[in-house]
Ligand binder design. Structure first.
Ligand code: SF4
Length: 327
């Protein structure tokens, strides 16, 4: 095997990024730490294509600065985040704005103290805004490092060590962007296009790249059943605001853990979250069926449902409801 030193590899990575990098991504056309931060938060759990097509531009238009997030209510931020899922991220952005506005710091030691900003995100913001010589270590980069150094059972600490070792300190911006792009286009979880890869000359895992892929343990998904109550008054519908870590701040129909007596079941919907599957059973209830004094809700006009933040499950419920209403 032809072993290259890292400066050769850095040259190749730089040249590859120049010719093949995704330079058009809007968050790569700025050094504004706030814009970079929002893109990093959105991309944590969502693919680039979806973020670009559906979420990034409307969010930035609605909240062009960290100060504008600070001045908004959490409801407004949640509404703009609607559809992206993992709503904890939207709450973190709001909390961060309350602490850091008018502007996001670029010092990684300060960034990492803000809610929801981990080491890799802090490094990404610092490397992409002020070219700080720090490595990014997202899932794609971890996979490249496992293969490049032929590591079968590497811990995160071990991968961070390797990330610092391979980093191009002369061009942390181009290097980190290139590594993220190589992980997204060449060194993929189920395949590796080593012939086109600028790391190939020094890659210890290229003979059998899939041997160095992180093994995901198959988790059995728990199933939860929830009974949702549809209570209408004229053109209004009773909705409750959730609290707690999962979907906190979003509006949903009132719900029970048990079947509501005397209510008519309309339909059921299955919805998957990261760690469990929810079976949602939807009932039409009269106010005589249910005691409303135990439900802390608000009557929301049906025409205003689009303007409040609801989860994907709620959207499925209302879409099924409007289909059945139009039958
Ligand atoms: S040479 Fe192949 S295995 Fe190694 S980093 Fe590149 S694509 Fe991945």
């Amino acid at each position: 095997m032809c072993i290259m030193n890292y400066s050769d590899i850095h040259d190749r990575i730089g040249s590859w990024y120049h010719h093949h990098g995704r330079h058009d991504l809007p968050w790569r056309k700025t050094n504004d730490p706030y814009i970079i931060y929002i893109s990093e938060m959105m991309l944590q759990q969502t693919q680039v294509k979806r973020v670009l097509e559906c979420f990034f531009f409307p969010f930035i238009e609605r909240f062009p600065t960290l100060q504008s997030v600070k001045e908004a209510t959490l409801d407004d931020v949640m509404h703009a985040w609607q559809g992206l899922g993992y709503y904890r991220r939207a709450r973190y952005i709001h909390e961060t704005a309350k602490i850091a506005a008018p502007s996001l710091p670029t010092d990684p030691n300060r960034l990492i103290k803000l809610p929801g900003i981990g080491k890799s995100t802090a490094h990404a913001i610092a490397a992409f805004s002020i070219k700080a010589p720090l490595p990014v270590l997202d899932a794609n980069v971890k996979r490249i490092l496992r293969r490049f150094f032929a590591l079968e059972n590497a811990t995160d600490a071990h991968l961070w060590e390797k990330a610092y070792l391979l980093l191009d300190r002369n061009d942390p911006y181009g290097y980190n962007q290139a590594m993220m792009d190589i992980g997204a286009t060449l060194c993929l979880p189920k395949s590796a296009d080593c012939k086109k890869c600028p790391l190939a000359g020094g890659c210890h895992g290229k003979e059998d790249p899939l041997a160095y892929t992180a093994i995901k343990k198959e988790k059995k998904r728990a199933v939860k059943t929830t009974h949702y109550l549809l209570l209408r008054r004229n053109r209004k519908i009773l909705m409750c605001k959730r609290s707690g870590p999962l979907l906190g701040g979003l509006w949903e129909l009132p719900s029970l853990d048990h079947e509501p007596a005397g209510c008519k079941k309309l339909f059921e919907i299955m919805h998957d979250y990261t760690h469990f599957r929810r079976i949602a059973l939807i009932y039409r209830c009269d106010r005589t069926d249910i005691s409303l004094k135990d439900i802390e809700g608000e009557w929301i006009d049906m025409d205003d449902l689009d303007s409040i933040a609801t989860s994907s499950l709620e959207k499925k419920i209302f879409s099924t409801l409007s289909e059945s209403d139009s039958d």
